[in-house]
Design a binder for this molecule. Sequence first.
Ligand SMILES: NC(=O)c1ccc[n+]([C@@H]2O[C@H](COP(=O)([O-])OP(=O)(O)OC[C@H]3O[C@@H](n4cnc5c(N)ncnc54)[C@H](OP(=O)(O)O)[C@@H]3O)[C@@H](O)[C@H]2O)c1
Length: 312
Amino acid sequence: METRAVVIEEYGHADQLKESQITLPELGEHQVLVKVKATSVNPIDWKLREGYLAQMMPWDFPITLGWDVAGEIVEVGSEVKDWHIGQEVFARPETTRFGTYADYTIVDDHLLAKKPDSISFEEAAAVPLAGLTAYQALFTHGKLKAGEKVLIHAGAGGVGIYAIQLAKNAGATVITTASKKNHELLKELGADQVIDYHTTDFSEVLEDIDLVFDTMGGDVQKDSFKVLNSDGRLISIVGAPDEELAKNVAVAESIWLQPDGKQLQEIADLMTEGKVKSIVGHTYPLTAEGVTEAHELSATHHAKGKIVLVNE
Ligand SMILES: NC(=O)c1ccc[n+]([C@@H]2O[C@H](COP(=O)([O-])OP(=O)(O)OC[C@H]3O[C@@H](n4cnc5c(N)ncnc54)[C@H](OP(=O)(O)O)[C@@H]3O)[C@@H](O)[C@H]2O)c1
């Protein structure tokens, strides 16, 4: 079927973003078609647009960016058993060139989760990629347990806001870094200690940390090894840890998010219980102009919480 989408026809700056009619692939037996009510911007969107991921994802153009969706199921494949037309869902779909900056998008049925009734489509669209990344870094790879101390870098970012809440809910002591203007918010979300990275070097004031969640890389990642205890773990979502430094701790690895409907449903259930919420710091319309502004903001590295694109 045909759908309106915001696409790129070659790699480049935000001015490459264009509205276009594209033809979606045929719906697979285990796939559903979702009418997109909202999607969100993640740094991968503009990194891919710029061409930084061209080797890893050697796709044909046009490429529809965006890998978060909240919306309503409008068609189901012949083997889909657990989902039906009219259901409100959200997902982190497979990473293909048919992304979610579109009126309609295709999602594999095992990647879907039910949108909690208590949250809006905007709040739901903010979750999947960032929330699943936080979940997998902390628990699947970081093995965070109650009573442990976790340092979450960039707590005010898209991933950080979910990581703080998930870690707190798991019974950990949560330490995070952010600009002063975001401290109050992060404490409300559950942070026990917030360090202003502009004025304080975290590696001089922290010690005996069990887990570092590295969302920054570079010197922040290197300095993080100084604060870990000997059984400590460092999980990065931005770059492979230095091999020499990694020898001094139990675990140091760089991970890549795996889409997962069951884990997303766990986060959805926590949202229903009021234990996790989205912080939608910025919204833009799902138009070429709206996406352009949203990408420019995301690329500043100082967006507050999540940037959501609303399909009005
Ligand atoms: N491997 C994967 O699967 C995966 C998945 C998701 C994301 N990622 C990557 O992870 C990174 C973070 O993603 P995101 O969505 O959270 O990004 P984001 O929303 O763009 O992060 C923005 C936040 O970073 C904070 N920040 C900037 N510089 C900082 C510093 N030096 N120390 C502490 N905080 C700082 C800002 O806080 P203030 O405004 O308070 O300064 C801002 O709130 C990106 O590079 C992204 O590509 C990787």
